[in-house]
Every structure is written in C-alpha cells, then in structure tokens.
Design a binder for this molecule. Structure first.
Ligand SMILES: Nc1nc2c(c(=O)[nH]1)N[C@H]1C(S)=C(S)[C@@H](COP(=O)(O)O)O[C@H]1N2
Ligand SMILES: [Mo]
Length: 435
C-alpha cells in the first residue's frame, strides 16, 4: 500500500473496485475476510480524516459513503467545500467564490503537494541551512534565530500553481486537472530572503537559488528528493521574496508548508518551497528534481497542439501571465429583471500590475470597464468590481478580462497549448440567469 502512487480518494472516484481491493486485500480462500486489515484500516482512516471507530464491523467490499460523493470530510483546518483532486499526494483547489475575501483565509488556500508532508514537526528544532557553490560559507539558522536576528516583513503575495487551468487543455495534459482555483493571495510574514543570503555572503558568480524541503517521496524512498526548484538570483534578492513562518498572522497550515516556506509572489507556485530546510546559492541554473526536462517549462516557441517538444526547446516558466477571477456572484446566479448585478473579483499579473479590468455579457463582442483597485503591495492581487445591467430576461455569460501594465490581455479562450498544460490564463466566465 505504501508504494502506490495514486491516492485512495482518486482511486475510489475512478475505479472503486480496485480501491476496494487495495483496502480490503486479496480474497482469502472462497470468501473475503470480514474485517479490514490493519494497513487497510489506517489507509481508510487517512482518507476519511479520522480513525474508523467501528472499522471491525465494516462489511468487506463496502465503499464508504464519504467517498461516494465528491464531498468527503474536510482536511484539518481546511474549508469543507474545497475540491479534492487527489489525496496522495494531497491536491486540493478552491472554488472561485471562496476566493472572495480580499486576503485569502488559510482555510481556503489551495494545496499542491508533490510528496508526503513531514510528520511530527517540532518548530523549536527547525533549522534552515544556506549553502551552495556561490555561498561564501555554509550557515545554519534555527527558526528562532531567523525571527530574532532579522527584521520581519509582511506582504500579501499571490501564489498560483503553474498548472492552474490545466483541465482545459486538449489534447489533455497529464497531472492534476486544476480548473480555476489553484491560486490564492494570503498575507505572509517572514524575513527577506535577501537579508539571510547577504548575511551568509553571496559570491559574485551567483545566478540562481535552489530550495530543499522536508517532505518525503511518494515511493517511501527517503533518499529521493520530492521537488527542488528555485529562482534566478535577481528574483531571490527582491524585497518581497520571503522566507515565511506565518500566514495571515498565524502559523502556516501544515499542508501549506509549516513551519517555514519560501514565497515568491507572481511566479509559479512551484518556486515557493514548503517545509523549507535548505537553500543553495548556485553558480548555474538550479538543477534539482522538477527543475529540468519538461517540468514547469513551456515550449520556447509556440507549437501545434499535441507536438512532442525536445527538452532543450523547453523554457523555464518565470513570471505568471495576467489573469482574473469573478469571485462574486457564484456561477449560476439568478437576478430579477430590471436589477443591476454587483460583480466583483480579483486580478493579478505575475511581476507586473493589472492596469485595466473589463467585463462582457455578449461573448466578448463588447466590453465595459470595471473599477480596479491598486494592489496592497507589489505582487499582491488586485480587487475589482462593477455594476452590470442586462437588456432582457434570459441566459447570459459574464466574462472577465484583465489587462496588464504592458497592455497584454487575457485570451478569451485557451491560450498556447503546451505538453504539460501550464499557463492557462483564459478569461473566467460564469452563468447568469435574468428572470
Ligand atoms: N517542499 C515542497 N514545496 C513545494 C511543493 C512540494 O510538493 N514540496 N509544491 C510546490 C507547488 S507545485 C506549488 S503550486 C506550491 C503550492 O503551495 P500551497 O500548497 O501552499 O498552495 O508549493 C510548491 N512548493
Ligand atoms: Mo504547482
């Protein structure tokens, strides 16, 4: 069971019989055993989020009611209406209407795990080591040293998975089928990465940093690194690049990297290493797992859908493209004829700012401007709102389109196909009925 690479939750959705077999074990003799094996009990407990109190009585072959719907019990500290894409590793996204608060609450921030989070974390014993060819020395800090020796900063920073929107790609791309909600913008507190790197000493030949975290590989092989990515030294030295220990004034939730993580606003979420234990200052582009090959890369030049692209023709994703969400109303809103609809949402543009926000109710034939607020700080998303009138009773689609400070707009439909399904920044649209 420990070797399987698909979660039980996902398996129950796709193939209940096989999931059932995994939990209950092989048929013994002519009949199945009447109770769960110890490993099965534990696995089932993990999926259900607690011990199975009467597990011994649970009939063999019974699919737990919690797994018959796509609305099982929530993950500790997370909102019950998040959408679970996978439970091993946990991959969970946020329905757009839950992103309505200006600052994303910890309970709704999406989870993108590549491995298994560390267990039994003792924050008092947590350390961060800085090393690498381009570090002037190797230095280890305890978490409390980081807090006491350096000045703390708080920034609201947008975190979006490079694969957000992947579900729309055709031919489909393998990986989590994120729809809209692998994004959020909480407030993060920590020390500036640059302050710590400068305390260690950066050699002039530094070009990149690479992170290492304490999560473990799905295979159970503890010598395997789950993911180790990074950013160019210029991004690492920006004021807003944080080594954070708090989210919205509290400990970061375990699933989001407690007790320490990197946060690089506006860049693919995969650069923001969780359960951070080591940072290497590199004299070349970092080459950890998921930094090379096809991971978090797109074709350097556009390709036709379905094209196989050689590794050397793939480029690392840096700043994320301009994008927006309608967070109110929820899709499926019903409005009495003659009333205006109050619409609101969020927009962000990687390293840039969003300059304009527009809405359309006629499939993009015409656009009306929305009110757009400046970001709380650089690399934070922006709030927008508008009041929309509808000319007649009937079905409408409301489309939202952001334009960045360099004049680039969101495409109305899926942009450039790429093998791994990254960077879908197509317009968000919701259904509205006027009755
Ligand atoms: N150690 C570690 N850091 C990690 C990951 C991971 O699996 N392990 N996933 C990355 C990816 S792909 C994303 S999109 C973000 C997601 O952060 P979140 O789970 O807090 O939303 O964390 C990044 N940092
Ligand atoms: Mo990601």
């Amino acid at each position: 069971m420990s070797k399987k690479e698909r979660g039980l939750f996902e398996l129950y959705q796709a193939d209940p019989e096989r999931a059932d077999w995994l939990v209950w074990g092989r048929k013994t003799g002519h009949s199945r055993r009447g109770f769960l094996k110890k490993a099965g009990l534990a696995a089932m407990g993990t999926v259900l989020g607690g011990q199975l109190v009467f597990g011994r009585n649970m009939p063999a072959g019974l699919i737990p009611a919690a797994l018959l719907t796509d609305d099982p019990f929530p993950i500790k500290g997370k909102h019950k209406d998040l959408t679970i894409l996978n439970d091993r590793p946990w991959n969970v996204e946020t329905p757009p209407h839950l992103l309505h608060p200006a600052v994303t609450p910890a309970g709704v921030l999406f989870i993108r795990n590549n491995g298994i989070p560390p267990e039994d974390i003792d924050a008092a014993k947590w350390t961060l080591t800085i090393d690498g060819e381009s570090a002037q020395r190797t230095k280890t800090y305890s978490l409390s040293e980081l807090k006491s020796r350096f000045r703390a900063y708080t920034y609201q920073l947008t975190l979006e998975c490079g694969g957000n929107g992947r579900a729309e790609f055709n031919p489909p791309a393998k990986g989590n089928q994120w729809t809209l909600g692998a994004v959020g913008c909480p407030s993060w507190t920590g020390v500036r990465l640059k302050d710590v790197l400068e305390d260690v000493g950066i050699k002039p030949d530094a070009v990149y940093i690479g992170y290492y975290g304490k999560d473990t590989h799905l295979s159970g092989d503890t010598s395997k690194v789950v993911i180790s990515r990074g950013v160019p030294i210029e991004k690492a030295l920006e004021d807003e690049a944080l080594i954070a220990w708090a989210m919205n004034g509290a400990d970061i939730p375990l699933m989001n990297g407690h007790p320490l993580r990197l946060v690089f606003g506006g860049w693919p979420g995969s650069t923001s290493g969780k359960w951070l234990s080591r940072i290497s200052i590199r004299n070349k582009v970092h080459d950890g797992p998921k930094m090379t090959g096809q991971s978090y890369r797109v074709p350097c030049k556009p390709v036709a859908p379905g094209t196989k692209v050689a590794d050397e023709d793939m480029c690392i994703i840096e700043s994320m493209p301009v994008k927006s969400l309608i967070t109110s109303p929820k899709t499926g809103g019903i409005l009495p004829y003659g009333r205006s609809l109050e619409v609101a949402g969020k927009a962000w543009a990687g390293d840039l700012e969003v300059a304009e926000m527009h809405l359309s109710i006629d499939f993009g034939a015409s656009w009306q401007p929305a009110r757009l607020l400046p970001p709380k700080n650089r690399l934070a998303w922006q709030l927008w709102s508008a009041s929309i009138d509808f000319p007649d009773r009937g079905y409408y689609e409301l489309w939202a389109r952001a334009t960045d400070s360099r004049g680039k707009m969101q495409p109305m439909v899926l942009p450039g196909w790429n093998p791994r399904g990254y960077l879908n920044n197509a317009c968000h649209r919701i259904a509205i009925k006027v009755v």
